[in-house]
Ligand binder design. Structure first.
Ligand SMILES: Cc1ncc(COP(=O)(O)O)c(C=O)c1O
Length: 390
C-alpha cells in the first residue's frame, strides 16, 4: 500500500515537545505556528487609532468569505458567534420567534454531544414535545410528523462518528415544513458540506478548523430557506446604523450578520482567518481523501493488534466522519492516554471510547506507530475486552 505523507508537516504546528503522533484533534486541533503572528498582527492593527475601521472589516470580510467556501454559500450567509453552543442557542431562539404551539414537536438525538439536545430543551417551556431519538437516520425520519417544527442534530454521531444521511432527513423535514439545523462541528473542513439542503449549520472552530480555542464559532444561514430569520435579541451590531436619539425604530441587517448582536470577537477572527488561509490551498477532496484513508489505515492497524478491540466507527469510510472510536471505559481510556502521552502519542477519550483523529499533519508512518504503541500500552495494562473494567 502506498504510504501517505502528511499534507502539512507537523513542524508547521505548535505541538507538545517530543510528539511522535498527534491524533487528538477532535478534542482540539493543534494550532498553526503562525497563530502568534496572527495575534500580534491583530494587536498592531487595532492600535492604529481610527485605521482600525479599515482593518476590522477586512478581517471579518475575508473570514466570512473563507467560511462560506466551507459549505458552498455566500459570505452574507455567515454569522459569527463565540462558540457552536451560542450559535445553536441563537438559532433555536429564531425558531421560537416564528411561534410554536404546545402540540408542536422538536426532534433531536439523545446520544449526541449534549449541547445539541440541551439547546432545544428551552422549547419545552413553551409546551413543545422534545423527541429524543436513537442515533440513526431511520429513527429520526420516523419521528417526523406534521407537527414537527425543528430538527436539530449533529452531522455524525458523536460517539461512533457514523454519518447521518443528512439530505434524506432534510427532505423529510422540509416535506412537513420543519426547519433543520445541523451541528457540523465534527466534520467542518473534513468532509464536503453544502448549506443548500438545510436551514442553518453551526460549527465550533477549535477542532478541525484549526483555530485552537473557542472565541469565534460559525453559523451559516440559508438565505433562501430562511430569508426573514429574526433573532430573539438584537444589539447594535445586528441592525443598520441608528441615528440618535433612538426612537424605537430599527432595521435588522439584511444579512446573517443580524444574528451578531454585539461587536465581533475580532482577535479570534484574526486567528480563525489565519487558520482558514492555511486550509485554502487544499481542495476539499484532497483533505477528505487524506483523512478517510488514514482512518482506514488506523482500523487496519488496530485489527492487526489482535487484541479483540471493538471499533465503534463504521469501517466503510463513506459512512464515517472524522475519527475512529474504539470502545473503552473512560477510566481506562484516561490511563491509556496518559501512558501514551509519555511516549509522544496523543489520543483523546470520553463517552466510553478512545478516539484517534487524524488530520493534515498525520501520515501513514506516524499513525501506524501510534497504533503500535497503543498496542504495547494495552498489553502492559493487561487489556482484556471481556473484563468489565475495560
Ligand atoms: C458536535 C459538537 N458540537 C459542539 C461542541 C462544542 O462546541 P462549543 O464549545 O464551540 O460550543 C462539540 C465538542 O466536542 C461537539 O462535538
Amino acid at each position: 500500500m502506498k504510504k501517505r505523507r502528511p499534507l502539512v508537516p507537523l513542524s508547521e504546528f505548535i505541538a507538545p515537545e517530543g510528539t511522535r503522533s498527534f491524533l487528538a484533534t477532535p478534542f482540539g486541533g493543534l494550532p498553526w505556528k503562525t497563530i502568534t503572528g496572527a495575534f500580534e498582527e491583530y494587536l498592531r492593527n487595532s492600535l492604529q487609532g481610527t485605521e482600525v475601521f479599515n482593518f476590522l472589516p477586512q478581517v471579518s470580510g475575508e473570514t466570512r468569505e473563507l467560511c462560506s467556501r466551507l459549505v458552498g454559500c455566500t459570505p452574507e450567509e455567515v454569522a459569527f458567534v463565540s462558540n457552536a453552543t451560542e450559535g445553536l442557542i441563537k438559532l433555536v431562539g429564531c425558531v421560537a420567534m416564528e411561534g410554536m404551539n404546545p402540540d408542536d414537536n422538536v426532534i433531536t438525538v439523545g446520544n449526541s454531544y449534549p449541547t445539541v439536545p440541551l439547546t432545544v430543551e428551552r422549547l419545552r417551556k413553551l409546551g413543545v414535545e422534545i423527541r429524543l431519538c436513537e442515533a440513526t437516520t431511520e429513527a429520526i425520519i420516523a419521528a417526523i410528523d406534521s407537527r414537527t417544527r425543528l430538527i436539530a442534530i449533529e452531522a455524525c454521531n458523536y460517539v461512533s462518528c457514523e454519518l447521518f444521511d443528512l439530505e434524506r432527513i432534510a427532505e423529510a423535514a422540509h416535506a412537513v415544513g420543519a426547519r433543520i439545523i445541523i451541528d457540523v462541528s465534527q466534520v467542518a473542513s473534513v468532509l464536503p458540506l453544502a448549506l443548500a439542503p438545510f436551514d442553518a449549520l453551526v460549527a465550533t472552530t477549535y477542532k478541525w478548523l484549526g483555530a485552537e480555542s473557542n472565541g469565534a464559532g460559525i453559523c451559516w444561514i440559508n438565505r433562501e430557506r430562511w430569508p426573514d430569520i429574526t433573532p430573539e435579541n438584537v444589539g447594535w451590531y445586528a441592525v443598520l446604523p441608528i441615528v440618535l436619539p433612538f426612537t424605537g425604530e430599527y432595521q435588522l441587517k439584511p444579512t446573517a450578520s443580524r444574528l451578531e448582536a454585539g461587536g465581533l470577537p475580532w482577535r479570534d477572527l484574526n486567528i480563525l482567518r489565519d487558520a482558514l488561509r492555511h486550509l485554502s490551498p487544499f481542495s476539499q477532496q484532497e483533505i477528505t481523501e487524506h483523512i478517510r484513508e488514514l482512518g482506514n489505515e488506523i482500523i487496519a492497524e488496530l485489527d492487526k493488534l489482535n487484541l479483540g478491540l471493538t471499533i465503534l466507527s463504521p469501517r466503510d469510510a463513506q459512512r464515517r466522519g472524522s475519527y475512529i472510536s474504539v470502545k473503552m471505559s473512560d477510566e481506562m481510556a484516561r490511563m491509556v492516554c496518559a501512558r501514551l502521552n509519555e511516549r509522544g502519542i496523543y489520543l483523546s477519550f470520553g463517552q466510553g471510547r478512545l478516539r484517534l483523529g487524524p488530520w493534515l499533519h498525520n501520515g501513514s508512518e506516524d499513525v501506524k506507530l501510534a497504533v503500535q504503541i497503543l498496542g504495547e500500552a494495552l498489553r502492559e495494562m493487561n487489556y482484556a475486552p471481556d473484563d468489565g473494567v475495560w
